[in-house]
Design a binder for this molecule. Structure first.
Ligand code: GLU
Length: 370
């Protein structure tokens, strides 16, 4: 199943990346893992990395000990550690002739739809240029109330926003067990989960230490986010030699298998979950372009109704007023009124900035069945 994913997010936990005794990076381990990522990349899979480790590396580098919970220390450590982390990825990918790019996200970048579209567009552009994006939380500006604090859920959001079909959570546990394996010898690994029930969450949440909160609980949260995005999640140990190969070889791990595809989930989200904030009335030419799977260009828009912001959901109706599609607008209603009926090449001079050519990109558009 890993081999079938066209786009996947691989989350690398601090416990794998950092040697707990020295506080330094396990470079050999990372080198081997990067080799695996490159193998996937070369066979045509798009790979996004979500890597932890900045805070732990930065703490060691800055010699910060003492009170581990001080926010300023976290932020300073993240600022120092992130550069070390990024450097390691660049070196290890670069020596294999793969380009790398870093994106640091805050909670708001993934939860706020306008900023979400920015991050999504940037990642699309990088992936289209065969670059491997390396992502972390922007811990040096995030404060306690506005941070994820764990990269499991961040990685799930990244998987969701990029419509990835697989999220790989690599950590120091082999998967989800029916009981805490550190306490029960008879604990059994659960190979496949089709539904995340409250019982399942309760059993993971009740356990402690590395198997507990920040451990399995956030991994289940991540799997849940992915479920509704139509993205499969796999929890596997990164301890063995080639963790991704091991997953492909069906070594023990836990797969969370959603009931629908990322595309179907995204379309359901756009057409079914979001409340439209406005309406675009389009001409016949644009209607037939949409019907044949193309994007909506400003030139085909005859009228803009309502007030909306970039990223909001809007209804697309034909000249008779029949709703034919819904989508996420790439422009606010104010800007949309300025560019309606005009050629995309004129957007820059009309608005004073060069936005996207499409008013709704086809990836953000859902045709309604009539
Ligand atoms: N963003 C944190 C860091 O880079 C890691 C969060 C986590 O361990 O999940 O240090």
């Amino acid at each position: 199943m890993l081999q079938d994913a066209s786009r996947l997010v691989v989350k690398i936990g601090s416990s794998l990346l950092i040697d707990p005794d020295t506080g330094q990076m396990n470079r050999d381990w990372l080198d081997a893992l990067v080799g695996e990522l490159v193998r996937l990349h070369r066979r045509g899979q798009q790979v996004i990395v979500v890597s932890s480790g900045a805070i732990a590396l930065g703490r060691h580098y800055l010699g910060l000990g003492g009170d581990r919970s001080r926010l300023e220390d976290h932020q300073a450590a993240a600022a120092a550690g992130q550069i070390l982390l990024a450097h390691a990825y660049q070196e290890l990918l670069g020596k294999r002739d793969i380009k790398v790019a870093q994106i640091l996200l805050t909670l708001d970048d993934t939860e706020n739809r306008r900023r979400y579209l920015n991050a999504r567009n940037t990642m699309e552009t990088l992936l289209a240029s065969a670059v491997i994006p390396v992502i972390n939380e922007n811990d040096s500006v995030a404060t306690q109330e506005i941070r994820y604090g764990d990269n499991d859920r961040l990685a799930a959001r990244v998987a969701e926003m990029t419509s990835s079909d697989c999220l790989v959570l690599l950590s120091d546990v082999a998967g989800l067990y029916d009981k805490d394996p550190t306490h029960y010898k008879e604990a059994q690994l659960i190979p496949t989960v089709m539904e995340i029930t409250p019982e399942l969450q309760a059993s993971a949440g009740a356990s402690t230490t590395r198997f507990g909160s920040g451990g399995m609980a956030t991994k289940l949260e991540a799997a849940k986010i992915c479920f509704s995005a139509g993205c499969a999640t796999v929890i596997a140990s990164g301890r063995q030699g080639q963790p991704l190969q091991s997953i492909e070889d069906c070594e023990p791990c836990t797969w969370f298998v959603p009931g629908c595809s990322p595309l179907a989930a995204r379309k359901q989200w756009i057409a079914g979950t979001l409340t439209p904030a406005g309406k675009l009335i389009i001409d016949d030419g644009a209607q037939s372009a949409l019907m044949s799977g193309r994007s909506l260009l400003p030139v085909g828009v005859m009228m803009v109704e309502g007030e909306f912001q970039r990223g909001d959901a809007v209804v697309v109706a034909n000249s008779e007023g029949t709703e034919i599609a819904r989508g996420l607008a790439a422009y606010s209603s104010e800007d949309a009124r300025v560019i309606q009926g005009r050629q995309s090449k004129d957007i820059g001079s009309l608005l004073g900035y060069r936005g996207r050519n499409e008013i709704i990109h086809r990836d953000n558009l859902v045709l309604m069945d009539h």
